[in-house]
Design a protein around this ligand. Structure first.
Ligand code: SF4
Ligand SMILES: [Zn+2]
Length: 120
């Protein structure tokens, strides 16, 4: 659970207002729109969009509240372990055969040739 930037009391992650000091924590009263609040100083001083000079908000560089704020010390996109999905069972076997069809064809020809040579 995060804490309120004004009174430092714990609040629920989707709280629209701090239940202790009534500080507005969400923009437009919508739980899905976080409204970042500055503690000491201004938000822009640590914001990614101030650092890369892409912010066009009029409150820059003295924003005390901002919906778009992103801490420049945090990565913009979370890194995650992306593993390609591997089909299992019969579908997995068919996919494996499709990937190795050249070797399967070569093995088939070899077995056929050995069979013909042994029969003679
Ligand atoms: S997005 Fe908000 S906090 Fe960031 S630089 Fe712009 S006004 Fe400041
Ligand atoms: Zn509070």
């Amino acid at each position: 659970m995060p804490d309120c930037p004004r009174c430092q009391q714990l609040v629920t992650a989707d709280a629209v207002k701090c239940p202790h000091c009534s500080l507005v924590l969400r923009a437009y009263g919508h739980p899905g729109m976080p409204l970042h609040q500055a503690g000491e100083g201004f938000l822009c001083a640590t914001c990614t969009y101030d650092a890369d000079d892409t912010c066009t908000y009029p409150q820059r560089p003295h924003a005390k509240t901002c919906m778009l704020y992103h801490n420049a010390a945090q990565p913009l996109v979370e890194e995650f372990d992306a593993k390609p999905l591997q089909p299992k069972g019969w579908a997995g076997f068919r996919a494996w055969c499709r990937r190795h069809r050249g070797w399967l064809l070569l093995g088939g020809i070899l077995v056929l040739s050995l069979g013909v040579a042994l029969v003679r």
